[in-house]
Design a protein around this ligand. Structure first.
Ligand SMILES: Cc1cc2nc3c(=O)[nH]c(=O)nc-3n(C[C@H](O)[C@H](O)[C@H](O)COP(=O)(O)OP(=O)(O)OC[C@H]3O[C@@H](n4cnc5c(N)ncnc54)[C@H](O)[C@@H]3O)c2cc1C
Length: 261
């Protein structure tokens, strides 16, 4: 039977762009370009490698995000994923990590899966909690933060590197794993891959399709709340130390003044 892999991929605001909060203190997503979270490219790469090793496998990439989040799906499809699911609904505005995990879990259940692969964290929210929340909601084992991952005979195995030791972990499928940025360089989409991606199926679901009530998600259903936010102060000009014999001393005094030494 085919190994069904679902990779959760997030469309994130470009970190190099100027980002702002909207009046309701959510991120103003219309104001900045977005892209596939770089850390999710590693998840797509590991899915492709596992599929290469399997007799028969199918990779579905899944995102919860606004209309433009299709760009993230297209990138993952052009890397080699087989099909995509986009969950989009106006009522998702303001959904927090708990709500996002609910939507992802319902979509994963509806799609059918043996293995879910997530990134270690998104590059915008960077909470690193969604994979664990997903495993709990789906009622399956979680093997998180893997820098090496493989699947054999219905078991997912991997290595988690800690500060002082590496652990070898395994879980029977179905399971949720997350992979780190040490799991292996993500491939660039080839021209052929980009052209092929245009013809791959992208399914769109809304909250009704997933039998989720509007008040379970969005700002209303959120368990977390942003009370206030302030713009980061503009960068000030740096201090230039001219070395006229006393440069070293002046540098040390500057660093001591800033409490760096
Ligand atoms: C339109 C919209 C508005 C939102 N507004 C808010 C808001 O106001 N406040 C708020 O707290 N959150 C909001 N969110 C949700 C937020 O962007 C995060 O998706 C959520 O809080 C998870 O946190 P994180 O990104 O830190 O997850 P992490 O736990 O860091 O993510 C780990 C992994 O989970 C997967 N993942 C996470 N999010 C998604 C996703 N959306 N789709 C697919 N895979 C995913 C990825 O594989 C990722 O690598 C909004 C989301 C959307 C789509």
């Amino acid at each position: 039977m085919s190994l069904r892999i679902v990779v959760t991929v997030k469309y994130v605001p470009d970190a190099t762009g100027d980002r702002h909060f909207a009046d309701d203190l959510t991120v103003d997503r219309d104001d900045v370009d977005g892209l596939l979270s770089e850390l999710d490219e590693y998840a797509v790469e590991q899915a492709l490698q596992i599929a290469d090793e399997a007799d028969d496998a199918e990779i579905t990439v899944l995102t919860v995000g606004p209309e433009d989040a299709k760009d993230a799906l297209r990138k993952a499809l052009s890397m080699g994923a087989d099909k995509a699911i986009h969950v989009e609904d106006d009522d998702l505005h303001g959904t927090d990590a708990i709500g996002t995990s609910l939507v992802l879990a319902k979509a994963i259940e509806k799609a059918g899966y043996d293995l879910v692969i997530s990134g270690m964290a998104s590059t915008d929210g960077t909470m690193g909690v969604v994979p664990a929340l997903l495993a709990e909601r789906l009622g399956v084992p979680q093997v998180t933060l893997l820098s090496e991952v493989s699947v054999e005979d219905g078991v997912v195995k991997g290595r988690r590197d800690g500060d002082s030791a590496s652990e070898q972990l395994e879980a029977s499928l179905p399971a949720v794993v997350s992979v780190t940025d040490q799991s292996g360089e993500a491939r660039y989409p080839s021209f052929k891959g980009i052209m092929a991606a245009k013809k791959k199926p992208v399914q769109s679901w809304d909250l009704e399709d997933l039998e989720i009530e509007a008040d379970e998600v969005g700002l209303e259903g959120a368990w977390t709340k942003v009370d206030s936010a302030t713009e980061r102060p503009a960068r000030t000009a740096g201090t230039i130390v001219k070395d006229e014999g006393e440069g070293g001393k002046q540098l040390a005094e500057f660093l001591a003044g800033q409490k760096f030494i």
